[in-house]
Design a protein around this ligand. Structure first.
Ligand SMILES: O=P(O)(O)OC[C@H]1O[C@H](OP(=O)(O)OP(=O)(O)O)[C@H](O)[C@@H]1O
Ligand SMILES: O=c1cc[nH]c(=O)[nH]1
Ligand SMILES: [Mg+2]
Length: 219
């Protein structure tokens, strides 16, 4: 798997990540959602550099301009519910993408330390031969991303796979490397060292779904 860790190079993205992590600033849920969305826009811009391009002639009021335009059939899939703002960010740039949504959440059945991934809702177009962008802002153990991809398999084999995440843990990146093929790309804004005993990324930012949309009751 090709890992593109955007934090290896300084950019304005650092500001958005710092705000997402900051225990005071992140309380502003509108700013938190917008920062995840902005990260989605930047990660999407970076991954766009690896798409296939085709020369196209554009008629301007004064003549003809040649532009190289991406010609991939993109399917953008995000994992509910924390995936909504990153989905919006990616869709801001990939105007014509088809869209897929899947729900995957970590269900703590017996105790806070153990959980299973529950996949319930899935809406997906044909993936055969297309460019799949699979997005989830948090990559902790990596189990949600892998469970999601397994659930998408009946919809066809994509030509290219791009995984997009905002903050990941090293363990999650390693887990994805084991479960995705070598030509898969991971685009990520920061990789942290540790997971705590509840599977949360440390230092991370906390619970992205709760910060974006409010706390949920366990059922
Ligand atoms: O890599 P993993 O260990 O699988 O953890 C990451 C998952 O956890 C979060 O979802 P969560 O279960 O909190 O659901 P939510 O979006 O409803 O908050 C996050 O959005 C990922 O989907
Ligand atoms: O650190 C984490 C891990 C999983 N989900 C989150 O929202 N945050
Ligand atoms: Mg959550």
């Amino acid at each position: 798997m090709h890992v593109h860790n955007l934090s290896e190079q300084n950019s304005i993205l650092n500001t958005f990540i710092a705000e997402m992590r900051n225990i005071s600033v992140q309380k502003d849920s509108m700013r938190f959602r917008r920062n995840i969305e902005r990260a989605g826009e930047i990660l999407g811009y970076e991954l766009s550099k690896t798409l296939d391009y085709q020369s196209s002639e554009i008629t301007t009021p004064l003549g003809t301009a040649k532009e190289n335009l991406p010609n991939n059939d993109i399917v953008l899939c995000s994992v509910l519910r924390a995936g909504v703002p990153i989905h919006n960010g990616l869709l801001n740039y990939f105007d014509k993408a088809e869209n897929a949504f899947i729900s995957a959440y970590r269900h703590h059945k017996h105790n806070p330390e153990s959980f299973e991934i529950i996949v319930e809702y899935l809406a997906c177009p044909n993936l055969e031969g297309k460019t799949l962008i699979l997005a989830d802002p948090m990559l902790a153990t990596g189990q949600s991303m892998v469970a999601t991809f397994e659930a998408l398999k009946p919809f066809g084999t994509p030509k290219n796979i791009h995984l997009v995440s905002v903050i990941g843990a090293k363990a999650g990146v390693d887990y994805l490397s084991k479960h995705f093929t070598k030509d898969t790309h991971l685009w990520i804004a920061a990789i942290d060292d540790t997971l705590n005993d509840r599977g949360y990324i440390v230092p991370g930012l906390g619970d992205a779904g709760d910060l974006a949309f409010g706390e949920k009751l366990q059922h």
